[in-house]
Design a binder for this molecule. Structure first.
Ligand code: CMX
Length: 423
């Protein structure tokens, strides 16, 4: 048994017991009330379910298992996955063991590539990525064991087995799609001696003599790993998994939500916006010119991508971590300069505009300029990178939901007629 599974096996019974007692003591207490306007506006702010892998505070941002994000930006993606699942950072032994487990499941089956080759040449990389995941559904251990009558207590283990196998393949799938979709030549085989992010960099075929692109991808895959349970992708995958659809179905469902421009696709939209600024002004504009440019966009009824958030009310610490990286590694780059200037301009513009509740940058505002610098210029690929990372959070949440026996998601909707007659 893997050391990760062993650690979870040791932890789960105590958490099950704790929650049983909590339900006994406080089961009838209220944690939220729902107003009519919340019912018509994306259920914003309603506390309606539990997610322990991470939480998002309006004024501090992402906190992973009690650790504020900016305290742990140095850890590797494999470490953050262990942390999301167990609440602990792995020991050296546990980390080696997890890396070995990932390394033994790197190969994406040939039939997946054949399915992807059959798609139109201009298919969006997110469609290819999600199709690739769904095509592998027949590999699911959970589904096979379920068909044979697996007892409920074993669900979480089968979800974890599927989750590790799927996560291990995602850099291979993503990098293969990158090369296929953007005519970069034949796929590059994974290297089982490399770590998760390093393997991705290796398989893209992009140059990285100094190792800085590897460092960026480690940070990128770490920062995007989870954002509590209520965002579109996490909530979609949570809902689908609650029907006991296996992780291939549930992760792909979540990522279909991530592909929306108000969610993960904002990273593509954001770099597109930054490059448009660059083209318009043939370089870095003045502060006044950029302010006017932003107002024109708002007046045309378009959002400023990479700004605003449903929960955050401060600059996103994931944005700050990327800006720190940029200041260290690509300070004088002109595209990065525009991102930096937007940070000085957009919050003031959005405040004056008066609509967005949060005028500050989110995770998607800075990442594109860094990827672009390192040669990953095809911005409609960027949400695939977000997806590779966010799958860690979805899978961690799923493992715990099955371990705790959380039932099928089924909130009650009401009709407008009901509101008129009953409120
Ligand atoms: N630019 C312009 N208008 C914005 C805005 C922005 N960046 N952010 C919010 N607004 C507008 C909303 O469109 C809304 O307008 P209407 O009343 O006309 O519909 C109004 O301000 C109020 O919205 P809000 O309550 O502040 O924000 P929501 O919780 O409804 O939406 C989000 C949050 C992220 C979808 C929104 O801020 C947005 O569209 N941002 C730009 C896209 C983006 O960066 N998304 C990525 C988020 C992070 C991620 O999931 O990856």
């Amino acid at each position: 048994m893997s050391l990760l599974k062993e650690q979870l096996k040791n932890k789960i019974p105590a958490v099950q017991e704790e929650i049983k007692n909590l339900l006994h003591e406080k089961g009838d207490e209220k944690i939220s009330e729902v107003t009519v306007s919340q019912a018509y506006s994306g259920m914003r702010g309603i506390k309606a379910f539990v997610c322990d892998t991470s939480s998002v505070s309006a004024d501090k941002g992402l906190i992973i298992r009690g650790k504020p994000l900016l305290d742990i930006t140095n850890i590797a993606p494999e470490e953050v996955f262990f942390l999301l699942l167990t609440g602990d950072l792995p020991t050296v032994n546990q980390m080696d063991n997890l890396k070995k487990e990932f390394s033994s499941h790197l190969i994406v089956p040939d039939y997946v590539w054949n399915v992807l080759k059959a798609l139109p040449k201009d298919t969006h990389p997110m469609t290819m990525f999600n199709t690739g995941i769904l095509a592998m559904q027949g590999e699911s251990i959970f589904q096979k064991k379920y068909d044979k009558g697996m007892p409920k207590e074993e669900y979480w283990e089968a979800i974890l087995d599927d989750g590790i196998r799927l996560l291990a393949k995602l850099p291979t799938l993503g990098a293969g799609i990158y090369r296929m979709r953007f005519n970069k030549g034949p796929k590059i085989a994974p290297d089982s001696t490399k770590d998760w992010a390093g393997n991705f960099v290796h398989m893209t075929g992009l140059p990285d003599e100094q190792g800085s692109f590897h460092k960026l991808m480690q940070l990128y895959f770490m920062l995007h790993c989870d954002h509590e349970g209520g965002n579109v992708s996490a909530f979609a995958s949570h809902t689908v998994a609650s029907a006991l659809s296996d992780p291939y179905y549930a992760v792909s469902a979540g990522l279909n939500g991530l592909a929306g421009p108000l969610h993960g696709l904002a990273n593509q939209e954001c770099l597109k916006f930054v490059l448009n600024v660059f083209d318009e002004f043939k370089g870095l504009p003045s502060k006044n010119a950029l302010t006017e440019y932003c107002w024109n966009r708002l007046n045309n009824g378009r959002v400023i991508p990479g700004y605003g958030h449903a929960v955050l009310r401060c600059p996103d610490p994931r944005f700050s971590a990327f800006i720190d990286f940029g200041q260290k590694h690509i300070k004088n780059d002109e595209i990065f300069g525009i991102v930096d200037l937007l940070f000085k301009v957009v919050p003031g513009v959005l405040k004056e505009h008066g609509k967005a509740k949060n005028p500050w940058p989110n995770v998607d505002a800075a990442s594109g300029s860094l990827l672009y610098y390192y040669g990953l210029k095809e911005f409609n690929f960027y949400t695939v990178l977000f997806s590779i990372s966010r799958s860690m959070g979805m899978i961690s949440q799923m493992v715990w939901e099955r371990a705790l026996g959380i039932p099928i998601t089924r909130p009650k909707s009401v009709t407008t007629e009901w509101i008129k007659n009953n409120i």
